[in-house]
Design a protein around this ligand. Structure first.
Ligand code: GUN
Ligand code: FE
Length: 444
């Protein structure tokens, strides 16, 4: 791939490369080399020395490459609820809107297994395509409680080519009587799901694309016993852990009543062994320094979900404080607490969220566009320890070909690549994304 590309290097640094060449190995899906040149002429000279077995893709002046977006937190069985129920706050929203919707992923009395499978495949296929269309090349999904629907989710991701981390959601207490499982079932079904995902992934042409995640829903709906056993599974099978933490004040109050022996929310998870180098926690809106230290010392990462935090009136997470404490951070759409699945939207809302903090504390510096872009790409990849998120030798080529030909604004004649990134972040949507690559393969 020859042309302009934007390469996140660190939280504070993004490289804007006008004359670049990224070489990708079709067999492995990984990047062979990344080169940058002083001028169009120097790049042209390098092209002429390439051997003829290279398949050359030249970007037009309106096009550039970015790493694909990473959504660190969303819920597959809430997809149909996009935009609904957002006059509620978290706990009421779960009871009135969310649990009933997730429950509908059970096989209904009138359905045959194949009818049920087809119904769920239709929704999840639509959802995965929708995510890909908006540039989400890696997605971390919470499934629901039902094993069959969760397997359909895995099958859709396998077929459609997205990179994903997928969990079977667990809840064994303080839940509706028709949407709850026993502790033993939570644990056994998680074991089986982890095995199932590992088996599906091993049969891929390029394995490592679909990973299982141990997924206790949160401390309010999971007993200490279940969380301890789930943590054991994650350690013994070496897989990721995802859950929610400290999203809303009523939730935090209830967690204190349930676990009076723990000083704070983070110490609940710490005490059951759920905070590991492979753990990522959604929200973390209301944390103090002691809790940030617990996360930082255990290598736990955070998925910042600003769209959802605004929509459910949960609060504003202090992303800079998390990053300054050395906690790896990325972005999540949190559908359907978040009303949109676009990570471009999550970047904008992360920037706006940081500005609201600045209003009440002038010392709190707003997030820059480059920082938001880092979170959406390399930040997420580092938080998940996966080889994507930037154009570096050895990384998988998960990328977006952005084409500003369809950009509704009028471009300056000598617009810089940095300015184009700013426009993409603030104005961009699916129309700007021409091609979506995962493992070097163009999916859309
Ligand atoms: N906390 C527990 N479950 C959920 C959920 O489904 N969405 C959000 N936003 N928070 C939660
Ligand atoms: Fe969530």
């Amino acid at each position: 791939y020859v042309g302009a590309f934007i390469n996140p290097k660190s939280f504070s640094k993004v490289d804007f490369i006008n004359h670049g060449m990224v070489s990708v190995d079709d067999q492995t899906g990984r990047i062979n080399s990344v080169q940058q040149f002083e001028s169009a002429e120097a790049l042209q000279t390098a092209i002429t020395t390439l051997s003829t077995d290279h398949k050359l893709v030249k970007l037009s002046p309106e096009q550039f490459l970015t790493p694909g977006f990473i959504d660190m937190h969303t819920h597959a069985p809430q997809y149909r609820n996009l935009g609904l129920g957002l006059d509620y706050t978290l706990l009421e929203w779960l009871q009135k809107v969310t649990f009933p919707e997730e429950r509908s992923y059970a096989r209904q009395p009138h359905e045959s297994p194949s009818e049920h499978n087809a119904r769920v495949a239709h929704i999840y296929g639509h959802m995965v395509r929708h995510y890909l269309r908006y540039g989400t090349t890696t997605c971390c999904y919470f499934g629901g409680l039902h094993a069959e629907a969760n397997r359909v989710l895995v099958q859709q991701v396998v077929q459609l080519g997205q990179r994903a981390l997928i969990g079977k959601t667990c809840m064994d207490c303080n839940s509706p009587s028709d949407y709850v499982e026993s502790t033993a079932d939570s644990v056994q079904a998680t074991r089986e799901f982890v095995e199932y995902v590992k088996k599906c992934d091993a049969s891929l042409e390029i394995p490592g694309r679909v990973l299982p995640v141990v997924t206790p829903r949160f401390a309010l709906t999971c007993s200490r016993d279940s969380m301890e056993k789930l943590a054991e599974i994650a350690i013994s099978t070496d897989v990721h852990i995802q859950t929610h933490m400290s999203e809303n004040l009523d939730e935090i109050q209830f967690s204190k009543e349930l676990f009076p022996e723990c000083h704070n929310y983070a110490s609940i998870y710490s005490s059951v062994g759920l905070l590991t180098r492979k753990t990522f926690l959604a929200h973390c809106v209301h944390l103090n320094e002691a809790q940030r230290a617990l996360l930082s010392n255990s290598g736990t990462a955070v998925s910042h979900c600003p769209t959802s935090n605004f929509a459910l009136n949960s609060g504003v997470a202090d992303l800079r404080a998390l990053a300054a404490a050395g906690i790896p951070v990325g972005l999540g759409s949190d559908v359907s607490g978040g009303y949109g699945l676009s990570i471009l939207d999550a970047m904008r809302q992360a920037i706006i969220a940081s500005k609201t903090l600045h209003f009440s504390d002038q010392k709190s510096k707003p997030l820059t566009v480059s920082e938001a872009f880092f979170l959406a790409t390399r930040g997420g990849a580092e938080a998940l320890s996966i080889d994507v998120g930037s154009f570096e030798e050895g990384n998988f080529f998960d990328a977006l070909l952005v084409d500003m030909t369809n950009c509704p604004s009028i471009r300056h004649q000598h617009e810089t690549l940095e300015q184009s990134l700013h426009r993409f972040v603030f104005l961009g949507d699916d129309r700007w994304i021409r091609t979506v690559f995962v493992n070097g393969t163009a999916l859309l």
